[in-house]
Design a protein around this ligand. Structure first.
Ligand SMILES: [Zn+2]
Length: 76
């Protein structure tokens, strides 16, 4: 990806720090955040040093965007 010049601060997703060590590079900088890949949204825990995926689980179909209809499905 190329770096682009912007006139306003870039939007960033909140990255939740996770305790633990990266199995690939032993860095302690693990973060949990949603990513959009070829298979849709996934909630991942990734090493911020080498980008190794420590955890990867299916996320809701719109990732961080939650539909009201999805939140009430248990009530049906
Ligand atoms: Zn790592």
């Amino acid at each position: 990806m190329t770096r682009q010049r912007t006139t306003s601060p870039a939007l960033t997703l909140q990255r939740e720090p996770v305790a633990g060590l990266c199995p690939a590079c032993a860095s302690a900088s693990l973060s949990r955040y949603p990513v959009n890949s070829e298979g849709g949204w996934f909630n991942t825990v990734k090493c911020q040093n080498c980008l190794h995926s420590v955890e990867r689980e299916r996320a809701p179909r719109l990732g961080p965007i939650q539909l009201i209809s999805d939140t009430i499905k248990d009530a049906v």
